[in-house]
Design a protein around this ligand. Structure first.
Ligand SMILES: Cc1ncc(COP(=O)(O)O)c(C=O)c1O
Length: 370
């Protein structure tokens, strides 16, 4: 059976994304979950994640969790909010909405603080919400809201959260590894990301960077067995093993991806490449007449939302298919009040790929008569 031929398409998506040949090659090895070298590899992955986060091992710990990124978000919510806790969810996009939905499913008391999707939440409003709703124990926010690509001011908001004595949870799924985060300045207690975002691994697990002092208070709070964050950590600390079948191949690839992140100059090096990718895409698309959904001062460099052009010949599905035929894969929009599509700048893609994409878009625009 052939799945769309052998040649890899170039993915301009927020994950799964284009990975290096060497990351893919690292998958080609069978290892038992109790294999000594696998246990050492998991230990090294956890140590390297703390280094990427810029935090110390005595204060923080990295906990990989099977499943996609959402499972790790749910692990934090379901097992670190005290039984009588109340979460303030700061929302300006679909992933903030998902956290609110999780609270509802988990029957966790919560308050939503909503902002328009084209607006970054502001710390003063969070401070006011904390004053208006006594009893908030935890605040959750998304760092890069992948719905639009906006970067939310997690440091300013973190200071307000800390002053109120609440725990602070940041979903940094699409930013960790390529957007610098100062854990201490932001007073972060839990941060989540996954293997197939800016670290450029393949999908299969997410991870939580947790402040140990916060985590150690959560004994008995878990509302799920498989997503119990404290139990997962205790298992890893006790014998280096996952409690349930680990994604061994995915971890091998992720370890290789971490080595490649290091070789690129860590977070700063990766940020520089993604910023260059972003600049090429926005400049190229604007030259072809496309407009971004966000104002320039609101745009982050991970992913960009472009408005559908107002033209009778416009048809997103046709645009997507024609680019796909040329081996370039873009991403549909997720903004609730505007028709958009998205172009991601992350993954093993370089300036030449971005220029190639823009040339293909130019071709397709002509073919569609836009
Ligand atoms: C900010 C954010 N949170 C959560 C998720 C969900 O991750 P997953 O699709 O891996 O479950 C994503 C996915 O793109 C995301 O960008």
């Amino acid at each position: 059976m052939s799945i769309g031929g052998w040649k890899d398409k170039v993915l301009f998506t927020p994950g799964p994304l284009t990975t290096s040949q060497t990351v893919k090659q690292a998958l080609l090895r069978d290892l038992g979950s109790r294999d000594f070298s696998f246990i050492e590899l998991v230990k090294d992955v956890r140590r390297r994640l703390l280094a990427v986060a810029g935090v110390q091992e005595d204060a923080f710990t990295a906990i990989p969790m099977q499943g996609s990124g959402t499972f790790s978000v749910e692990a934090v919510l379901s097992s670190t909010v005290r039984p009588d806790g109340k979460v303030l969810v700061v929302i300006n996009g679909a992933y903030g909405e998902r956290i609110k939905k999780m609270c509802a499913v988990l029957k966790i008391a919560h308050v939503a603080l909503d902002f328009p999707e084209n607006t970054a939440p502001d710390a003063a409003a969070v401070k006011q919400a904390l004053a208006d709703h006594p009893g908030i124990t935890d605040v959750a926010i998304v760092h890069c809201e992948t719905t639009t690509g906006i970067f939310n001011p997690i440091e300013e908001i973190g200071r307000v959260v800390h002053a109120a004595g609440a725990r602070y949870f940041v979903d940094a799924m699409s930013s960790f590894g390529a957007v610098p985060v100062d854990f201490e300045a932001a007073r972060i207690d839990y941060l989540v990301s996954s293997a197939n975002k800016c670290i450029e691994g393949v999908p299969g697990f997410g991870f939580v960077i947790a402040r140990k002092a916060a985590l150690l208070e959560t004994e008995g709070w878990a509302r799920s067995l498989s997503l119990d964050l404290l139990a997962q950590w205790k298992g890893l600390e006790a014998n280096g093993q996952f409690r349930f079948t680990p994604p061994t191949h995915v971890l091998l690839a992720f370890h290789q991806a971490l080595l490649e992140l290091d070789a690129e100059g860590g977070v700063a090096g990766r940020a520089a490449r993604y910023q260059a990718n972003y600049a090429i895409v926005v400049r190229g698309m604007e030259a072809l007449g496309f407009k971004t959904y966000l104002r320039p001062d609101q745009r982050g460099y991970i992913i960009t939302s472009f408005l559908y052009p107002e033209h009778p010949n416009w048809d997103f599905n046709r645009f997507y298919e024609l680019l796909n035929d040329r081996d370039y894969v873009i991403y549909p929009g997720k903004v609730s009040n505007a028709d958009c599509f998205r172009i991601g700048n992350i993954g093993r893609v370089f300036a030449a790929d971005m220029h190639g994409l823009i040339a293909a878009v130019r071709d397709v625009v002509q073919e569609m008569g836009l």
